[in-house]
Design a protein around this ligand. Structure first.
Ligand SMILES: Cc1ncc(COP(=O)(O)O)c(C=O)c1O
Length: 430
């Protein structure tokens, strides 16, 4: 007799209804998948194994038999992604952005190496930081992960400009010259503005320091010609999630555009770091779905990415007009899909995020650059990519700003939120 799944099914159905149809979703790292991307994940590939690289003719590069169709799909994913990004090297096997970062940390760094990263309050991802994979990888016995300790790991933070949302380039150049790090890690989780890749790359090249750009959040924008072009600006490797602004299945990628000499120098770290470093079998059922998402982006990325940025800027201005403290006003609030909102005056990030959830507006609380207590963030991070995919444009952003502002101030707007969401249920750009 089959096992009883009624209670499990009920939870799945409740999730589909609530987060899939009822709530306004403003989590900056999420995105709904198109029907084709969803459908193609349910196949025999989910039961299979394929370590190594696709076999090539008679050359055996897999560690398993039975991979002929997996090999074709993985090759398609790699080649179509290279064409989409105009890159020369790609690894599509990391199972997430974190696994892609871990691959490079394992492949390129050793204990005692020096790295420069964005701090967590400045928006850096926890994986870049002391307790994340980069911090732990450079740790040697006896060195503390606490940077205040007398013998701490050699991890440094990029100095920030006065506005706290941009890196201070002259000070960073000094820090690089002084510390001669083994690696720079740019890109972050709270990312409003492009990173100064172009300004830092010449010194890095001169000193032989590679630059890793973590595009986990902004990969879809970059593919759509927005934000920045990290490869052509001088990044050595770009890691990304394929499911944040890039609307694919939950996976990761490493991409580079290196000439032959640089490829020999830097690509083996990525290749060996992925396997047998951070991934072995790599969730093969999501690979066909990745190819679908690549094709959707080939067709729609330009319009999609431009609308995202317009929506984020519109929401920022409208919230600011409502008296809600949107950060980086002097810079137009944002050049990405995200906004940083200061809600310290309304009870702080945690309380306000809960208040919004009670109104079916889903956001995450976030540290702002001056916050010192990880458990007491002043801010919210909002992302508009998902609602843009559901067809929201500037008018809907104006309406949404009024409702978010009312909810932050304590009004019950749940019904109005449901009505707004009901008018935006069709997925666009697919
Ligand atoms: C900058 C950055 N890098 C890496 C990651 C991890 O990506 P994933 O969730 O795909 O492992 C995140 C997650 O949000 C992120 O913000």
């Amino acid at each position: 007799m089959p096992v009883d799944i009624a209670d499990i099914q009920q939870l799945v159905d409740a999730q589909e209804h609530w987060r899939g149809r009822q709530t306004i979703n403003l989590i900056a790292s999420e995105n709904p998948q198109s029907p084709a991307v969803r459908a193609l994940q349910n196949s025999d590939f989910m039961a299979r194994y394929a370590e190594g690289h696709p076999n090539r003719g008679d050359e055996v590069r897999r560690y398993y038999q039975g991979t002929r169709y997996i090999d074709q799909i993985e090759t398609m994913a790699r080649e179509e992604l290279l064409a989409l990004t105009r890159c020369r090297q790609a690894d599509v096997r990391p199972i997430s952005g974190n696994a892609a970062n871990t691959a490079l940390a394992l492949g390129y760094l050793r204990g005692g190496d020096t790295v420069i990263v964005n701090s967590t309050p400045a928006g850096g991802h926890i994986s870049h930081n002391t307790i994340g994979v980069f911090g732990r990888r450079i740790q040697t016995r006896g060195l503390s992960l606490n940077l205040e300790a007398p013998r701490a790991i050699p991890l440094h933070y990029f100095p920030l400009a006065e506005d706290l949302y941009h890196i201070d380039v002259p000070k960073s150049l000094d820090l690089i010259a002084q510390t001669k790090p083994r690696l720079l890690v740019l890109g972050k989780s709270l990312i409003l503005f492009p990173e100064p890749v172009q300004a830092l790359a010449p010194l890095c090249r001169e000193l032989g320091i590679p630059l890793l750009y973590d595009a986990a959040h902004v990969f879809g924008l970059i593919v759509g010609g927005q934000f920045q072009d990290p490869w052509r600006e001088g990044a050595t490797w770009v890691t990304a999630s394929t499911h944040k602004t890039f609307p694919g299945p939950q996976r990761g990628v490493i991409l580079a555009d290196l000439d032959e000499e640089q490829e020999r120098q830097y690509w083996p770290s990525a290749d060996r770091g992925v396997f047998p470093g951070s991934s072995s079998n790599h969730h093969l059922h999501t690979l066909p779905a990745l190819v679908v998402a690549i094709r959707e982006m080939r067709q729609h990325a330009t319009a999609y990415a431009a609308q995202i940025v317009r929506n984020a800027q519109t929401l920022g201005r409208a919230l600011d007009d409502e008296g809600i403290g949107v950060e980086a006003r002097d810079f137009g609030y944002t050049a990405s899909h995200q906004l940083a909102v200061n809600v310290a005056a309304y009870g702080g990030g945690v309380a306000v995020a809960q208040r919004l959830e009670a109104n079916d507006i889903i956001v995450n609380y976030n540290l702002l650059p001056w916050d010192t207590e990880p458990r007491r963030p002043s801010g919210l991070r909002l992302g508009v990519q998902e609602m843009t995919r559901y067809g929201m444009r500037e008018d809907e952003m104006q309406r949404l700003a009024g409702l978010v502002s009312d909810a932050i101030k304590g009004k019950d707007v749940r019904e109005a939120i449901h009505a707004l969401r009901a008018s935006c249920r069709t997925l666009h750009y697919v």
